[in-house]
Design a protein around this ligand. Structure first.
Ligand SMILES: C[S@@+](CC[C@H](N)C(=O)[O-])C[C@H]1O[C@@H](n2cnc3c(N)ncnc32)[C@H](O)[C@@H]1O
Length: 633
C-alpha cells in the first residue's frame, strides 16, 4: 500500500492518540497505524475571542490536548510516549464557532444556523514528539490545520427534529456526522472529506513525510495532487513548487519523476480528464532519433517574476480601501466599487479580478466580496489588520526597493535617493517628517506587533519578573500583551517623545485593561527607567555596531544580577538564508543587520548576559532571553 512507508516510520514508536473519537481512531487504524488511545483531559475552554482566526483556536486546542496527555503519561504513568497526536474539529458559520451541542435545543440552534448555507469545518492537528531528558519531558510540536467547505441543503423543521431525535448530533462538532445520517443533509463538500469526519488524513501524511523524509531538493519534479499521492511524492511536498498555482500543473497525474524523467518510464495520464492538460514529461524524439525530455515548467521562478504585480495589486486595493468597502459580506459590482473609490470602471474591474485571482476576493455573478482572510487582515479597522503595514510597504518600502540595483552596486542605502532630503530616522529629525509619515510608521509597527506580540510575550515564563521596560516599544502592543499574560507585571514603554505624544489613539479600550505606563526619552541619551526585565523588540537589527555598543552597555550597566534582557527579532538560520523574509528585509536596511541565533547569543554574552535561550516561535518574530550574570559567574 502506498501509504505504508510514511506510516511505517512510526512502527517502532510508541504512538498515542489523545482523542476518544471513534471516528479518528478508525481513520488512523484503517491506514495501518498502530497506536494507543489515551483521551485527553484538557477542557475545551480556551477563550475563542482571543484568537484572530478560528483555526488558531482549533490548533491550540489540539496542541493542549496532546500536551496534557504527554505530560500525564510522563509524570503519572512514568511512560513517555514517542509521539502524541491531538486533534480538534470545529465548524464555523459566519463568525460563530460551533463545537459539540450540549443538548437538543443547542443542536437545533446549530443545525438551523447551517441550513441552506456553506460553512467551514476546521480540524487543528498537533503532532507532539516527546523525549525524556534528566527525567524532564521535552516536547517538539508540529501543527497544522485543514479547512473543508460544506454546504447544507435547506432543512425543514421536520427533517431537523427527526435528525436531532436520532441522537446522532450530540457528540459531533457542528451537530452533525457527515459519515452517517448527517450525510443526507449535505449538498456539497469542497476539500478533504475525512477532515469533516474528524481527521485530515492526507495533510497528516504530508506532514509526516515532511518530518521523516527530508526533501530531495532540485532533483525532483513537483506535481500538484488532487488526492492522496503515492508515498514517494510526499517526500517533495515541502518544496514551494508543489504549491504552485501554475494552471498547467492542475489536476495532473502523480507519478514520481527525477530530472523531468518519469521513473516508471510511463507517460502520465490525467486523473481527472478535462481541458487542462497535466505537465507530462513526455519524451520527444529529436532529429537524430534521440529521446529528449523538455525542461520542466519553472513555476517557482515564474511566481517570483510575477510577485511584484501581485504585491502592487494588494497595495493599491488596500490604499483605495477596496477591502473596507467589501467588508461584512457586502457584495458589490465593479461599477459600484468604481463610484465609491472614484476610479474608472474598467480599471476597477481589472483590479477586482486580480484580487479574486489572488484569493483576496470572491467573485460570483452577484459581484465581489471579501474572503475570510481579507475580512480579518485587510479591512483597515479590524483588530489584526495588516492595512497599516501594507500602506507602509507601498508608500515607503516600494520606493526604497526601486533603488535596489544602485544599493547593491554601491553597497549603500538609498534613502536619500528615494525620499529626497529625508533621513531614515523618522523620529530623530522632526523637521523632515510630516505628522502623517510618523503616524503611518506607527500604524505599520502597530499592525505587525498585533500579530507577533502574543508569541513573543509567551515565548518564556516571565513570572519571576516584577517590572518590565520595553525600549522603543512604540504603541505598546507587546506591553499590553505582557500585562494581560502576567497581571502582576508593571510595564513601561519607553520611546521617543514624538512617538509617545501620539500613542493614545492606539490604546485598547475596555474596563478590564490593565494600564501600561508610557515614558518619553531617547535610549541613547537619557536615563532608562528601572526594571528587572528590559525588552528590545525590532531594535537591534536596525542599529550599527557603535549604536548597539552604546545601548547594550547602558542596559548591561543598569541591570542587576538576575535581571534580564529579552530581544524580539527574526533569528536567521546559521547559513543566513532562512527565513527569506528576514534575508529580503536586509536589502532595505540602513546600517544594521539580521543575525543568526549564535550571533545573538554571542552579542548578549559580550554584554554580560548569560544562560541565553532562543525560542523560534514559528511566527514572524523569534525571542531571545539572556540573564545578567550574578557575581559568582
Ligand atoms: C522598528 S520600531 C519597533 C517598534 C516595536 N518595538 C515593535 O516591535 O513593534 C523601532 C522603535 O524604536 C523607537 N526608537 C528609535 N530610536 C529610539 C531612541 N533613540 N530612543 C527611544 N526609542 C527609539 C522608534 O520610535 C520605534 O518606535
Amino acid at each position: 500500500m502506498a501509504l505504508k512507508p510514511v506510516i511505517g516510520k512510526l512502527v517502532s514508536k510508541r504512538v498515542v492518540l489523545a482523542s476518544a473519537s471513534p471516528r479518528r481512531q478508525e481513520i488512523l487504524a484503517n491506514v495501518g497505524l498502530r497506536f494507543e488511545v489515551v483521551p485527553s483531559w484538557f477542557k475545551e475552554t480556551l477563550e475563542k475571542s482571543s484568537f484572530a482566526v478560528p483555526y488558531e483556536y482549533a490548533i491550540e486546542t489540539a496542541k493542549q490536548k496532546a500536551l496534557e496527555v504527554a505530560n500525564r503519561m510522563h509524570l503519572k504513568h512514568l511512560r513517555t510516549p514517542d509521539i502524541v497526536i491531538g486533534a480538534d474539529t470545529i465548524v464555523t458559520v459566519g463568525k460563530q464557532i460551533l463545537e459539540k451541542p450540549v443538548d437538543k435545543q443547542d443542536a437545533y440552534k446549530m443545525l438551523s444556523s447551517l441550513s441552506g448555507k456553506e460553512h467551514s469545518v476546521f480540524t487543528g492537528v498537533a503532532i507532539v514528539h516527546c523525549s525524556s531528558k534528566d527525567n524532564r519531558l521535552e516536547t517538539e510540536v508540529t501543527d497544522f490545520y485543514e479547512e473543508t467547505k460544506v454546504k447544507f441543503a435547506e432543512l425543514s423543521e421536520e427533517l431537523l427534529w427527526e435528525y436531532i431525535h436520532s441522537g446522532e448530533p450530540m457528540d459531533k462538532a457542528g451537530g452533525y456526522g457527515i459519515q452517517a445520517l448527517g450525510g443526507m443533509l449535505v449538498e456539497y463538500v469542497h476539500g478533504d472529506f475525512l477532515n469533516v469526519v474528524g481527521f485530515p488524513l492526507n495533510h497528516f501524511c504530508k506532514k509526516l513525510a515532511e518530518l521523516y523524509y527530508p526533501p530531495l531538493k532540485h532533483t525532483i519534479q513537483h506535481v500538484k495532487h488532487d488526492s492522496i499521492p503515492s508515498v514517494e511524492t510526499f517526500e517533495n511536498l515541502s518544496d514551494g513548487e508543489s504549491d504552485s498555482s501554475n494552471p498547467m500543473q492542475h489536476k495532473s497525474a502523480n507519478k514520481l519523476e527525477r530530472n523531468g524523467v518519469p521513473l516508471s518510464g510511463a507517460i502520465h495520464t490525467p486523473v481527472n480528464s478535462g481541458s487542462i492538460q497535466p505537465v507530462c514529461t513526455v519524451a520527444v524524439e529529436n532529429q537524430s532519433g534521440v529521446m529528449e525530455y523538455p525542461a520542466k515548467f519553472p513555476s517557482k521562478i515564474v511566481e517570483l517574476m510575477d510577485g511584484f504585480r501581485a504585491s502592487k495589486a494588494l497595495f493599491v486595493a488596500s490604499k483605495l480601501k477596496v477591502f473596507d468597502l467589501l467588508k461584512d459580506k457586502c457584495i458589490l459590482k465593479p461599477v459600484d466599487v468604481a463610484n465609491k473609490i472614484e476610479a474608472s470602471v474598467c480599471g476597477t474591474e481589472r483590479l477586482l479580478d486580480a484580487c479574486a485571482s489572488l484569493g483576496l476576493l470572491e467573485k460570483t455573478h452577484q459581484g465581489y466580496s471579501n474572503t475570510d482572510s481579507a475580512n480579518t487582515y485587510l479591512v483597515s479597522d479590524r483588530e489584526y489588520s495588516l492595512h497599516g503595514y501594507i500602506i507602509h510597504s507601498n508608500d515607503r518600502l516600494w520606493h526604497l526597493f526601486t533603488h535596489l540595483e544602485v544599493a547593491v552596486k554601491e553597497g549603500t542605502m538609498q534613502t536619500h535617493q528615494a525620499f529626497g532630503k529625508e533621513t531614515e530616522d523618522l523620529f530623530q529629525d522632526s523637521s523632515y517628517h510630516s505628522v502623517e509619515a510618523k503616524q503611518r510608521f506607527m500604524t505599520a509597527m502597530h499592525s505587525i506587533a498585533k500579530l507577533t506580540a502574543r508569541d513573543v510575550a509567551t515565548a518564556f515564563d516571565l513570572s519571576q519578573f516584577r517590572s518590565v521596560c520595553d525600549l522603543g516599544g512604540c504603541t505598546g502592543v507587546l506591553a499590553h500583551e505582557l500585562v494581560q499574560k502576567n497581571p502582576n507585571l508593571n510595564v513601561t514603554v519607553f520611546d521617543l517623545p514624538d512617538v509617545i505624544a501620539n500613542v493614545s489613539c492606539f490604546q485598547p479600550s475596555g474596563q478590564h485593561i490593565t494600564p501600561v505606563a508610557f515614558t518619553a526619552g531617547d535610549f541613547f541619551k537619557d536615563n532608562l527607567p528601572e526594571a528587572d526585565l528590559y525588552i528590545l523588540s525590532l531594535i537591534l537589527h536596525d542599529l550599527n555596531d557603535e549604536k548597539i555598543h552604546i545601548l547594550l552597555s547602558k542596559i548591561s550597566a543598569i541591570c542587576k544580577p538576575g535581571s534580564a534582557l529579552l530581544l524580539a527579532e527574526i533569528v536567521l538560520d546559521e547559513e543566513k538564508t532562512h527565513p527569506p523574509r528576514a534575508v529580503l528585509q536586509s536589502l532595505s536596511m540602513t546600517e544594521g543587520k539580521q543575525r543568526s541565533g549564535s550571533e545573538y547569543k554571542q552579542l548578549l554574552e559580550k554584554y554580560g548576559f548569560t544562560n541565553v535561550q532562543i525560542k523560534i516561535t514559528g511566527n514572524v518574530l523569534d525571542a531571545i532571553l539572556g540573564f545578567k550574570k550574578t557575581s559568582a559567574h
